[in-house]
Write a protein that binds this ligand. Structure first.
Ligand code: SF4
Length: 571
């Protein structure tokens, strides 16, 4: 069974912007009530998540109100915006810039006395908003038949709802060229919609069945289903993976999965993972290997092993004896902190990684014991290595534990004690510092290494950890934003994060080569420059190829740390 995930699946620019705006507003301004005017987007899971975050829905404009109202990506009629302001609300306009462009066109021609013909569903919020700019001379149609029945206007402007079917709009344009060449026609179908529709047409032709994930009320999702069905292939529309009847797909040899513009990543990821495990006919050995992979990732044993191997590599670079004690300390520390953080985040993890959230809920007691036992064992080993190592690890453990807790009395935010978690970008940076400390500084302290080689190796280790963590944070950006986690991608965006990841890895390659030529590190240390180079190429590849599952990507990136340790052992 082949499973292909559409590159265009998931949030479009306008939806992402609106969701980001409302979540940022909710994460920063907690005192004032926060509303969306109507449902923010047509996706039941996102709407449920907003309710959980106490972002309420305003369906009618009251006489008087207080708080902030966010106008959704579809936009609203201008009178509604005025009425909201008049009632006393602060209005945050999250109308998609591409919808604003259509509003501007209609407004301009309506002022010149033109009639407006909107190709779109009159009940759809975007069309309702657009009609508000047409100065009572707007008409909506959804079929060629309706269009032909319209009176012949002296002057008319023709626009499409941004998520209209491109083929249908092409027919309308052709009709106008022949029968009403004086009409002003604008192609207002959003580029993102066009690409999504073109891709699903292609994927439906190339595969045996199509699964479209998205709200049943979502116009653009319904259109994707229709386009796929028009190719003659079975097209299944689901809101979440529990709605799939696998019998319908049993004869398919290849399945394409796509999603509407308002479907969040975590639902797409969950769908892909479950379809894969339910339909792929794997050899029992493959099934066993995948189970082992998932277990190692969920329990953080893979991350811990990576920290251990990286410590071994860092020690090797500085010429210390085969340092298994510090590798064990790093392993135990990382295992303990990562499990504890996952335990604290069970509730929010359901958005990023529903399967991991379920695993942690089910094995809560066992995982608490593992986290505490490994934390204690790490501290014990560090004590045996020296008092200074013990104190450093104790401080790092305290910082790790306090990450989610409100216990920093000197930073006060909105009358509450703030957490380290609240500092912008803190998650990515703290993990980098913590790993850098246990993998490089602790062994260096115990071996009284020279400052320059320690600095080089610290930047090398921290650079690798930064790239790994920031990459995982990019993958989890939607869920992290919902849960208010402060990661680098949330602070500076995905594009900038990728740029920084690449620069950091190039810096890592250069620093190792430079240190090698300056004779600061052991003989053959230059070989370790391959590790950031490989990670650079992997991240570049994973960024562009959505066919590889999230668990695979995570496993391979974690494995590069093990690769660093193995390489260090043989040079
Ligand atoms: S589909 Fe296009 S126009 Fe509509 S919200 Fe998304 S980006 Fe904006």
């Amino acid at each position: 069974m082949k499973i292909v995930v559409a590159k265009t699946a998931g949030f479009c620019m306008g939806v992402r912007k609106a969701v980001d705006m409302v979540l940022d507003a909710s994460n920063t301004a907690k005192a004032e009530p926060l509303y969306t005017y109507g449902p923010l987007i047509h996706n039941p899971q996102v709407l449920k998540m907003l309710e959980e975050k106490k972002i309420f829905r305003l369906d009618e404009i009251p006489q008087k109100g207080r708080g902030t109202v966010l106008v959704r990506a579809h936009g609203v009629p201008p009178e509604d915006e005025k009425a909201l302001k008049k009632a006393g609300f602060t209005v945050v306009n999250a109308t998609c810039p591409r919808v604003v462009k259509v509003q501007v066109i209609i407004n301009k021609y309506a002022q010149k006395g033109y009639s407006t013909i909107i190709i779109g569903d009159e009940k759809h919020p975007e069309v309702v908003g657009l009609l508000g700019y047409a100065k009572n001379s707007g008409h909506t149609v959804t079929s060629m038949e309706q269009f032909e029945k319209l009176p012949k206007f002296e002057n008319a402007v023709v626009v499409a709802q941004t998520t209209q079917d491109t083929v249908f709009y092409g027919q309308i344009q052709k009709w106008c060229e022949i029968h009403a060449p004086h009409y002003k026609i604008f192609n207002t179908i959003c580029g993102s919609t066009e690409r999504r529709q073109t891709e699903i047409r292609k994927l439906a032709n190339e595969n045996d069945a199509v699964i479209v994930v998205g709200g049943k009320q979502s116009g653009n999702t319904k259109r994707l289903v229709q386009i796929a069905a028009d190719t003659g292939k079975p097209a299944i529309h689901i809101e979440d993976v529990s709605q799939i009847d696998y019998n319908d797909l049993s004869s398919a040899k290849s399945i394409a999965i796509t999603a509407g513009a308002s479907t969040p990543n975590w639902i797409i990821n969950d769908t892909c993972a479950q379809v894969e495990s339910n339909l792929q006919k794997l050899h029992p050995l493959q099934i066993l290997l995948l189970k082992i992979r998932d277990f190692l990732l969920k329990t953080n044993v893979m991350a811990a092993a990576g920290a251990g191997f990286l410590t071994y590599a860092c020690s090797g670079l500085q010429g210390f004896d085969k340092d298994l004690r510090h590798a064990s300390i790093a392993m135990l520390y990382v295992l303990s902190m990562h499990i504890l953080n996952n335990l604290f985040m069970i509730k929010s993890d359901k958005y990023n990684n529903p399967q991991r959230a379920f695993f942690y809920k089910k094995n809560r007691v066992f995982l608490w014991i593992c986290a505490l036992a490994s934390g204690a064992a790490g501290l014990y080993l560090s004590f045996a290595a020296g008092v200074l190592s013990f104190i450093i690890l104790l401080i790092m453990s305290f910082l790790g534990l306090s990450y989610n807790l409100k216990l920093i009395p000197f930073i006060i935010r909105k009358g509450q004690f703030a957490r380290i978690k609240d500092i912008p970008g803190s998650k990515t940076i703290l993990i980098t510092i913590a790993w850098g400390t246990v993998t490089c500084l602790l062994p260096a302290v115990a071996n009284q290494s020279n400052l320059l080689p320690v600095a080089v190796v610290f930047f090398f280790a921290a650079g690798l950890v930064f790239a790994r963590t920031a990459f995982f944070d990019v993958l989890a950006i939607q869920g992290d934003r919902i849960t208010g986690k402060e990661t680098l991608p949330i602070l500076i965006g995905e594009k900038q994060s990728f740029k920084i990841i690449q620069y950091v890895l190039i810096f890592d390659v250069c620093i190792i080569l430079m240190a090698f030529f300056m004779d600061l590190l052991v003989n053959k240390a230059f070989m370790l420059a391959f590790i950031p180079l490989i990670m650079f190429l992997l991240i570049k590849f994973f960024r562009n190829d959505t066919r590889i599952s999230g668990a695979h990507r995570e496993f391979i990136i974690e494995f590069t740390f093990i690769g660093a340790g193995l390489l260090s052992a043989v040079i």
